[in-house]
Structure formats: C-alpha cells, structure tokens
Unconditional design. Sequence first.
Length: 484
Amino acid sequence: MHSAATPKRVDLKYWMARASLEMDNALTQLAPDPVHDLRVALRRCRSIASSFRTIDFHPSWRRMDRAARSVFRQLGELRDVQVLADWVRKLGAPDDPVTGVLLGFCARREAELRSSVTLALTRFNRDRWSYWSEKLSARFERVPAEGLVFQCLALHRYADAHELHRAALRNRTKVAFHELRIGLKKFRYVVENFLPERHRQWGKKLKELQDLLGEVHDLDVLWATALKQRAFASPLARERWQQCIESERSRRLARYRELMTGRDSLWREWRRGLPQGGGIRRAEHQRLKTWAAFLDPDFEHSQRVARLARQLHQGLVQARVFDGSAPASLLEAAALLHDVGRSSGERSRHKASRRLIARMVLPAGWLPLDLQVVALAARYHRGALPSTRHKRFAALPSRLQNRVRQMAAVLRLADALDSRHDGAVRLLSVRRAGDRLIVEAKGFAEEGAAAERVAAGRYLLERTSGLPVLVRGAQPRSSRASTR
C-alpha cells in the first residue's frame, strides 16, 4: 500500500495536496490500494470541512465538500465492490459455485465503475481545488488544535454516537449498527483531525471499533448481495453461507460489546477526557465566540456590547426592575451573536442574524426554545420592536416573549452605548431614583450623534420597565451624593 509520513499536526493544505497527488496515482491504476489512499485523503478533507462548517459558515467549505463528495462516493462504490470480492475469496472455496457467481458479479460491477470513476477523476477541477486549499487553510489556522472549540465539538459527536450505541444494543438491527458505525466515525474524525493528544491515546481503539463495525456492515452487504444475485443453487448452500457470515458477524459484535459495555468501557474513558461541568459551559462559550468571530466583521464591538449588557442587566436586577429569571448566559450569547448578520451583506442584517443563529448547532444544556429566544433577542437589537404581529415572536409562550423584550431592551441600549465602535464607554452602573432609572456610563459623552443614538436605544427599556431612563456620564461620588 502507498504510504506517506503523516504530519505532526493535521493540516488542511497538506491533505488537500495529498488528495490531488493520490488522484494521479489512482488514475494510473484503479487498484484497491490507490483507491483506498485517495479515499483516505478525501475523507480527511471532507471531515475537516464538516467540522468547520459548525463554526464557520463560509460557503467555500460546502463547495469544497460537495466537489470532493462526488468523487468520494463513486470511489466508495468501487472500493465496496473490491472489498466484497475480498470477503468472497476469504469465506468461499475456489470451487464453490456460490463463490463463482459472486466473483463474477464483482468483476462485472468493477468494470462498470472503473469507467465512471476515471471520468470523474479526469473532470475534477484541480485549479478550483487549489484555490479552496489556499482560501480555507487561512480560516483553518484561526482555530487552534486541542482548543475548547474542538473539545466542545467532540463532546457533541460523542453524545450523538453514545445515543446510537444505546439504540443499537436495544434494537440489534442491521440499520441501527450501521448508523452507530457512522456516528462513531464522526466522533473519530474530530478526535483524529483536531485533538492530537487524545488521538494518541484513543486512536488505536477508535480504528479497531470502526473496523469491527465496518466489517459487520460488509458482511451484511455480502449477504444481501448474495440473495439479490440468487447465488445459492440449493438450500444447503444458502444455509452454509448464512452460518459462515453470521459466525464472522457475531464474533465482531462480541468484540465490540467487550470494548464498549461495562464499567471499563471505552465510553467512560472517552467521557473522562472531554469537558466536564463548568468546562462544558466554557467550551460552549468559546464555540459561540469562534462562530461569531468568523461572521462578524467587528467582533470586538460585539464583545464590548456583551460586557456592557452584562453590567446593565446586573444593575437592573439589583435595582429590582427585572426579576433576574432570564439566564445571563442567554443574554451574553445574544450580545455576542447580534451582529453575525453583517456577513450576509443584507440591509436588514438583524434579520439575517436571527436566521443564522437559528441554524447553529444547539449548545449543550440549551433547549431549542433557548436558541429561539437568543435568535429573536438578536433580531430585535435594532429595527422594529418585538410585536405579536411577528409570527416567530407570537409563537413563543408569554413568559418567553417577556424575556425576549427584556433582553432586546438591554441589547439596544448596550449597542447604542458603543455606537461609535470605539470602546469609549467602559463601565455602567444602574440605580433607581424615585420613579426613574439612572444609568451612569463611564466615558459617555452626553452630546453629539452618539448621545442621540443612546436616546433612541433606551426607548424599549423604558417601555419594558415602565420607567423613564436617564443615561449620563459617570459622575464623581460627591456629585452623585448631591443629586440624591
């Protein structure tokens, strides 16, 4: 088999160049080893693209994946036939009529697929592939390996695979074990591509598990193919092959259960190596920030808005204007994400923000309604006020409508306080003076265009709180005492 030194750090540019090289090797001869090596390189590129698309919505990830997918699938069909032929030779005697029927089918099918694969490789746009390699590699380098973002993604993939594991052991169907194989494969790819330290510890077992379930799937395909080709001339031949296939299949599933059930299961080992408790919240927070930073051209502004929103919300709760039932984490998320719609180039960027947020992967510990609340709060940070004339807002329960109003009110004012995007306003305090609210903002200039934006930005807070709001620059302690 062709081999090449694997880089110490997974590198997108390396694997995209490797894929191009392996295409040349495969075109020379579509033998099992070159086909396998090309599929490995393309699989690396596609799995990196699949992972990055959860944190970076740049369309080039999808385009690269789509271009690779077309070739990958055709290679997969060819590889499946080649593997199927290997299984027939392994399990069947050379003079067995069943062996002859199945090998004849494999030979005909392989000949059909070779022409279509050769055509697909010949037509593959190498120039476009090189362009994506340069463009996407720069985005790939922005997120460090072993970082919280990829630990968070691995935790999501782990949870999905673990649920499929429980379903497969409960149902014991071929479909369930096939879905489990895919789920484990996705988890393995994240570990393999982005968590090199964990991959050094877990890689061998992950590969063994993938091989076990892959061979179970191969055996299932072999049996289905034999039935479809009517390969059995007698009930005795059918029974003999069925027993042989089932024996091989059962042995591999027994090994899977040995590794994946009980107190010492690999599930427990992997879970211990992924974020726990507060680490999950920190990982999700970093994932949200990374996702927003790819979309928001001035993410520093959004981070400042998040800081001011936290201060403003805390002050409103302490002044007993808001009851504090809304999780501060949702408000912070809405603030960090409120300008992701700028990436769309649309005039109604706040509406684009809602659509983008609604499409993102649900953070661990969030309910689907939490994501809707965050998306709507970001949508209402500017433009029209929350209204039951808007179908998505009207669909929320009344308590969540009120939560969206409060979050949007805080966001509008916090965003207005940094309307110049210069970070001049650094610190807020809130106090209730009789029948009005006083927001003191350190660094706030009470005249000029910025002050006009703040005057407009406080309107929803006044409506939501039922109190007039006065925003002014922070005053010395002696001055504040004299106004009481």
